[in-house]
Ligand binder design. Structure first.
Ligand code: A2P
Length: 272
């Protein structure tokens, strides 16, 4: 149920994503549902505005701190303003935690992400985060990071789903021993992936839903999916992906669905 990262630390193979969840009780309850369903990995970010609810849910769950893997992310504006230390301290305060398990650079902000990452290296040293990594980095960003900083990021979190398989970047990360995490692993319902006939056929064979096939395909490819759902039934459904596997041919069939089609911003042209 865990991947081993390049620093030998472990990370649960599936995470619960909380993007777009509001800062209210209903979100806290969804997170509690996820913890109850078995998720032990929560992926938030300062910009999501819901770290407070993640913290409350963890407290209310009664689980021990070390049983839950918590990721949050440094927002772009904090890189531009060079307020990285304030940013992590604010996140920790909202999360009611002494440390996060993983702190990520949210987007490769031009001319800023190298210095920001150097600060993450210091945060790691100080124990504010147990691991550090990046998000939305392309190969050129990773190469620059390798040249100019010391610690290899443990993960790169990117948009990845069957219509955007990211083979080149995925292979590059594998070569460098960087785990790829998938955001919008279901296509965020902005495309027709959930109605895709190839995925439906594979699902029928295993009595699994299209969503479960997509998430299992991630696992087969060594990718760490971060599905989001506010619905208790679908939260549970998305966790039930460890009791079946896909054949080589089926993995290839899903790989072949690639259209290089994004549902979110492009890391080379984002404007926020
Ligand atoms: P809901 O919260 O109503 O379950 P992604 O993780 O790719 O960004 O996708 C998130 C979207 O997919 C949400 O709108 C969520 O809606 C929906 N979703 C999550 N899990 C499933 C599932 N198992 N089947 C269908 N839709 C799902």
């Amino acid at each position: 149920m865990n991947y081993k990262m390049n620093n030998q630390n472990e990370i649960p193979k599936l995470g619960y994503g909380v993007f777009k969840m509001e800062n209210n009780d209903s979100s806290k309850n969804s997170i509690l549902n996820a913890l109850e369903a078995g998720y032990r990995h929560i992926d938030t970010a300062a910009i999501y505005g819901n770290e407070e609810q993640v913290g409350r849910a963890i407290k209310e769950s009664g689980l021990k701190r070390e049983e839950i893997f918590v990721t949050t992310k440094l927002w772009n504006e904090d890189m531009r303003q060079e307020t990285e230390w304030d940013a992590i301290n604010k996140s920790l305060e909202l999360l009611q935690l002494d440390y996060v398990d993983l702190y990520l650079i949210h987007w490769p902000v031009k001319d800023k992400y190298i210095n920001a990452y150097k600060k993450l290296e210091e945060m790691l040293e100080k124990g504010l985060s147990k691991n550090i990594g990046v998000s939305n980095f392309q190969i050129n960003h990773l190469k620059e990071l390798e040249e100019k900083t010391k610690i290899v990021p443990v993960v790169n979190q990117i948009e990845l789903h069957p219509y955007l398989t990211q083979k080149e970047l995925l292979n590059y990360c594998k070569e460098k021993n960087i785990i790829v995490e998938a955001w919008s692993p279901l296509g965020a319902t902005k495309n027709d992936l959930l109605q895709n006939e190839v995925l439906k056929d594979i699902g029928k064979k295993y009595n699994k839903s299209v969503a479960q096939v997509m998430l299992r395909w991630d696992i087969e490819n060594g990718v760490l999916p971060l599905p989001k759902s506010a619905n208790k039934g679908r939260i549970e459904e998305n966790f039930q992906i460890f009791d079946f596997s896909l054949s080589k041919e089926e993995i290839q069939l899903v790989d072949n669905l690639n259209k290089n089609e994004r549902v979110g911003a492009n890391p080379d042209t984002f404007t926020f």
